[in-house]
Ligand binder design. Structure first.
Ligand SMILES: C[S@@+](CC[C@H](N)C(=O)[O-])C[C@H]1O[C@@H](n2cnc3c(N)ncnc32)[C@H](O)[C@@H]1O
Length: 288
């Protein structure tokens, strides 16, 4: 089923969390000169027009990125976490919102590589057009769950992988776990970010998060941002999202301090009925 279009959700609270952390991780990898590969298994259209397009219908960006921008307008750089400051510097224009491929495109260096998978025919064409002038980037109209393993381990032995399915079908939950297991088996030292939803009436997101946390024995963390009210179901069978999260394998060690600073700030700006949080598991260096 390919009914999902990310344009409806562009710039919402889930994107803010995911993209702020993605920006942090990519910038961290850029601190070392050696090239790396960025893999986006579910890449979307690349960039989204906020006015007049699909994004206009739900206006999710109004309660996410736009609200954050508004609330931080008068905040000095020194009073904001560097992670958010960096993220906001990439979403300055009010007319468009950058998806994950656009952020990677802005951050990666000339000698890094980008491989994006997008299965939806229309979003694939938009993404291909969006990245068409970038010789670092390759866009594949194929299944990202399947394609991921063919890229691992990368020749440079450095990679950041974003696994960001739409979870439209139950199959996506199983495929996410299998793809992550296979990826970690082939390339256990990669930096992986796996996004998951948190639904009001369906605990599939929480179960997936717990399964993902259980399958890796190295350093990892989970991060959640609550953007809605868990007591109030809206619309769909699953009751809508009350938040979202990421499971991150081999996170940059600097991310812990960034999350301590960023999450309370984000919660104050765009948070819902209760605070999100994070859990940091440092198995290789448990004393830290
Ligand atoms: C949540 S959106 C991606 C958003 C994007 N990563 C971002 O942060 O800007 C998920 C995308 O995955 C695509 N998709 C769904 N199943 C897929 C699959 N098996 N392989 C590749 N892409 C898929 C959908 O068409 C949709 O555009």
């Amino acid at each position: 089923m390919l009914g999902y279009r990310h344009a409806f959700h562009a710039g919402g609270g889930a994107d803010v969390l995911k993209h702020a952390i993605l920006v942090f991780c990519l910038k961290y990898l850029c601190q070392k000169e050696k090239a790396f590969l960025y893999i986006d298994t579910h890449a979307g259209a690349g960039s989204y027009a906020l006015a007049g397009g699909y994004a206009e219908q739900n206006k999710e960006w109004k309660t996410g990125a736009a609200k954050l921008m508004e609330k931080t307008e008068k905040t000095k750089q020194s009073e904001m976490s560097l992670a958010l400051y960096d993220y906001l510097s990439y979403i300055k224009t009010p007319a468009t919102y950058p998806g994950s491929p656009a952020l990677a495109q802005k951050i990666l260096r000339p000698y890094d590589r980008i491989v994006c998978y997008e299965k939806h025919p229309a979003d694939f064409l938009l993404l291909r057009e969006f990245l068409s002038h970038d010789c670092r980037a390759e866009v594949r109209n194929a299944d990202g769950f399947e394609g991921l393993k063919s890229l691992l381990p990368p020749p440079s032995r450095r990679a950041c992988v974003l696994i960001d399915p739409s979870y439209e079908t139950q199959d996506d939950y199983k495929k996410t776990v299998s793809a992550v297991m296979e990826a970690l088996r082939r390339f256990p030292t990669g930096l992986y970010l796996v996004w998951h939803p948190l639904f009001v009436l369906d605990d599939a997101g929480e179960t997936l998060r717990d399964n993902l946390m259980a399958l890796y024995s190295g350093n990892q963390c989970r991060v959640e941002l609550i953007t809605g009210d868990k007591r109030h179901a809206i619309g769909t069978k699953r009751g809508g999202l009350y938040g979202s999260g990421l499971v991150i394998y081999n996170p940059p060690w600097t991310l812990k301090a960034a999350l301590e600073e960023t999450l309370p700030f984000l919660t104050r700006c765009i948070g819902g009925d209760h605070a999100g949080g994070f859990q940091w598991i440092d198995r290789r260096n448990p004393a830290q």
